[in-house]
Design a protein around this ligand. Structure first.
Ligand SMILES: Cc1ncc(COP(=O)(O)O)c(C=O)c1O
Length: 367
């Protein structure tokens, strides 16, 4: 049986009665934008993520753009710093706000944005820091919070891969004013299209963001604040409200899969693990592999799907040329992209399938 890198069907099946009931009620109301489902989801997200406000938006990218706009980081003279190893959309969201995107290097063990490297590079134009909780592992938030304070910058967390994660027993929102989430279908909490959310403990920011995502309106046809049109559909909220109560259980299943990989690949020649902690919600399981591309094709030949997150660092992508970086500037990220490989991980992935992947990886390096 082929083992895909990700499979959404088991989760969709497990929550089917709940989303079907919500969809039926929604069709009964015939209200498709900013209605009862979105309002209910926002309350439930705030409670699940232990934050005062949750504001849904059209995507994770839009969440990043809107919070930068809300923080007033919208001019090319203002710099927003993030990691070179992330989805391009982190950079896309920053650039969309109008500020200048800048990149710093990663910690070579965790592959998370390195606060020390960022501290050495950031200067007085720095207006925002955007660490990413990559692969489900929270970035070291206390150093980023101190750095943001000392630079007079706003701290924005990209938690698009870290639904349900906490850091040092505190909710992510306790560390800074804005936390951004994506509900892209493959995320730990995903819908069946595009979607996203922002969490904040500031009631004032929460109120502004509710308006900004809806064109700056406050329910009527007057635009009070500069805003954008980025609203989560009622239909997507139906799916998310069916999935959210299962997030803890599904994150537990991901942790179980990751644990099996860690045990099974311990001391495997050719493999170096990416360092994680028990805080990780294991969005992806990433290894660093010798002869990565050959391993990937070999696994594909055995019916095992893998991914590369990500094949190039953002500072070397043509779209981010204006960041002013060249090859060699961020050596840890540049090396990592040549070695990283994401193995299959998702809730309900069977122990037998994980064992098959482990066996095939070991077989490759024995040959
Ligand atoms: C780290 C990270 N940031 C931002 C995004 C953007 O989210 P979306 O695809 O919902 O716009 C994603 C997802 O693609 C992501 O993984």
């Amino acid at each position: 049986m082929p083992i895909p890198s990700v499979n959404l069907k088991p989760c969709l099946d497990a929550a089917e009665p709940a989303w079907r009931a919500r969809l039926a009620a929604m069709f009964g109301r015939m209200h498709f934008i900013l209605g009862e489902e979105v309002a209910g989801l926002e309350q439930e997200l705030a409670s699940a993520f232990q934050t005062k406000c949750a504001i849904t938006v059209g995507s994770g990218t839009a969440a990043i753009e809107i919070v930068l706009r809300d923080a007033g980081v919208t001019r090319p003279s203002q710099e927003a710093w993030t990691t070179a190893l992330t989805a391009p959309f982190t950079g896309v969201g920053i650039a969309a706000a109008g500020c200048r995107v800048r990149f710093a290097d990663v910690d070579p063990e965790t592959l998370l944005l390195d606060p020390a490297d960022l501290g050495n590079r950031a200067g007085k134009r720095t207006a925002a820091l955007v660490p990413v909780h990559l692969y489900g592992q929270p970035a070291p938030l206390a150093p980023f919070r101190s750095l943001a304070r000392s630079l007079g910058a706003v701290l924005i967390q990209d938690a698009c891969q870290a639904h349900g994660a906490t850091h040092k027993d505190k909710p992510l929102a306790a560390y800074g004013p804005y936390v951004c989430y994506s509900f892209y279908p493959t995320k730990n909490l995903g819908c069946l299209g595009d979607g996203g959310a922002i969490t904040t403990n500031s009631l004032a920011a929460g109120k502004r963001l509710l308006s900004r995502r809806d064109g700056g309106r406050r329910g009527g046809q007057i635009a009070y604040l500069p805003g954008i049109n980025s609203r989560l559909d009622e239909m997507q909220a139906c799916y998310l409200r069916a999935f959210l109560p299962r997030l803890g259980e599904w994150n537990g299943m991901r942790r179980h899969v990751a644990h099996l990989y860690e045990e099974g690949l311990r001391d495997c020649p050719g493999i170096r693990p990416v360092r994680t902690s028990s805080e990780s919600v294991r969005h992806l399981f990433v290894i660093r592999a010798a002869r990565r591309d050959k391993l990937r094709s070999w696994l594909a030949g055995k019916g095992i799907g893998t991914g590369i997150h990500y094949p190039a660092p953002l500072h070397l992508m043509p779209a981010f040329r204006e960041a002013g970086c060249k090859r060699g500037d961020l050596p840890h990220a540049e090396r990592a992209v040549r070695e990283i490989l994401s193995l299959p991980i998702y809730p309900y992935l069977s122990d037998a399938s994980v064992a098959e992947v482990i066996g095939r990886v070991r077989e490759f390096y024995r040959r």
